[in-house]
Design a protein around this ligand. Structure first.
Ligand SMILES: Cc1cc2nc3c(=O)[nH]c(=O)nc-3n(C[C@H](O)[C@H](O)[C@H](O)COP(=O)(O)O)c2cc1C
Length: 417
């Protein structure tokens, strides 16, 4: 048995005031047969065509109608209604509802929900042919399409008003197919965002054949870049020397030293977010030798003077106007994980620090799994041990939530700091 792409999806159906509203009753049945959960908002005019009781019986949920219903607002506010849905379906999309969407009006529950959401919207227009052809409606339809609304229909055919032409609402199964298509299009919440990710170690040359390095494989940083790209972001990945593949469709900048990496990060700004997953060497050699250093006579090892590398995270964290809105550092620690990562958060001007324990028994460096904690100014969120890809996907979800002003802490296990 094939599982429907609608299985487990949450659909908010907004029913407008048109004759075709009766088709929504069948639509609800079809969606539920496919495993979708359907919640409905019925406009005042919509309730002239179908009763709240029929809709409620078919959705097996209460029907929402009134923007100013105190009980509804306490139980499930108008903002929450749209946030709790994977897709908003407007059917029938009357000329009036389309006009409200095109002009950003919000004078009832349905139009307010439609304005207060960034969840994708599918609209099934239905109206008399002359209403559909009216330049005002055509202007409004063009506008909502430009705003990202997907349309299904209308179709040509005979109408309830005894006229013939364009304006019949798409049939329930056509709407189901359009909804399935909407769910098969990849969700790209970070489209339009520029994200810079650093990854891998840096190599600090001692002489032409030797260098100071660390055990970072670049797997976590590359996974973050890949996840951000898949979420639609325009990603620049600045990587130290690694032996793993480049993620597809990101702008790759290859660097060797910490100084190169700082220069590359500064060139890549401005950006909406910077994720510093690279394990940047803290020190470099004061004087890099042009020729290979020879073994000293008498077996006394050559001494190497070190100097501190620039602190890329702190430089960007305190970069004033050029600072990305979101700056995320990584802290690889072998002891006192939370104390050290917390100190890093405060001193470097980062918004979050992703702290991981890289003591040898953890197998994090080079391994495929990671156990991280995400430190914020006022709390620590602990994530379960999971693949580096899953850590990356989780981080990208949080980045998306940050840009939408949502605090993800409530849904996660947190330790008070
Ligand atoms: C019998 C009848 C049928 C209607 N059918 C439609 C229709 O199919 N499409 C439409 O856009 N408006 C139709 N209207 C007009 C809408 O009901 C009216 O514009 C209403 O304000 C729309 O409310 P809404 O924004 O809640 O959809 C119809 C009105 C009546 C009285």
């Amino acid at each position: 048995m094939t599982v429907s792409p609608l299985s487990g999806k949450r659909i908010l159906l907004l029913i407008g005031g048109g004759i075709a509203a009766y088709k929504c009753l069948d639509l609800i049945r079809r969606l539920r047969e496919r495993g979708a959960a359907v919640r409905a908002v019925l406009t005042r005019a919509g309730s002239e065509f179908v009763t709240p009781l029929s809709v409620s019986a078919l959705t097996e949920d209460k029907v929402y109608s009134d923007l100013f219903d105190l009980t509804d607002e306490a139980e499930m506010g108008h903002i929450q209604l749209s946030r709790d849905a994977d897709l908003l379906v407007l059917a029938p999309a009357t000329a009036d509802l389309i006009a409200k969407m095109a002009t950003g009006r919000a004078d009832d529950l349905a139009s307010t929900v439609l304005l207060a959401t960034d969840t994708p919207v599918l609209a099934a227009p239905a109206m008399n042919v002359r209403m559909w052809q009216h330049p005002a409606t055509q202007r409004n339809v063009n506008q909502i399409e430009r705003d990202g609304v997907t349309l299904v229909g209308p179709n040509e055919g005979s109408m309830a008003c005894n006229e013939y032409g364009m304006g019949r609402m798409a049939e329930p199964m056509e709407i189901v197919a359009a909804i399935e298509t909407a769910f098969s299009v990849p969700h790209r919440p970070l489209a339009g965002r520029r994200i810079v990710v650093t990854s891998g170690p840096t190599h600090e040359p001692i002489d032409p054949v030797r260098y100071i390095a660390n055990r970072s494989s670049g797997k976590q940083g590359h996974a973050v870049a890949r996840a951000a790209q898949m979420a639609g972001a325009d990603v620049t990945l600045i990587s130290g020397p690694v032996s793993i593949e480049d993620p597809p469709d990101v702008t790759m900048v290859r660097v060797e030293t910490a100084q190169d990496m700082l220069a590359a990060v500064e060139t890549a700004l401005p950006a909406d977010a910077l994720v510093m997953a690279a394990a940047v060497a803290d020190w470099r050699v004061v004087e890099r030798q042009e020729d290979k250093i020879k073994k000293a006579d008498g077996g006394v090892p050559h001494s190497i003077a070190l100097t501190e590398n620039p602190d890329i995270l702190a430089t960007v964290g305190h970069a004033g106007a050029r600072r990305p809105r979101l700056v995320i550092g990584f802290a690889a620690e072998t002891q006192n994980l939370l104390e050290n990562a917390g100190a890093k958060l405060r001193s470097k001007g980062a918004d979050w620090i992703v702290a991981n324990d890289v003591s040898p028994e953890g197998g994090v460096f080079g391994g495929d799994r990671n156990t991280v904690r995400i430190l914020h100014a006022n709390r620590v969120d602990s994530l379960p041990t999971q693949s580096k890809d899953a850590v990356a996907a989780h981080l990208v979800e949080r980045i998306d939530a940050f840009f939408n002003g949502i605090d993800t802490a409530a849904s996660l296990e947190s330790d008070p700091k």
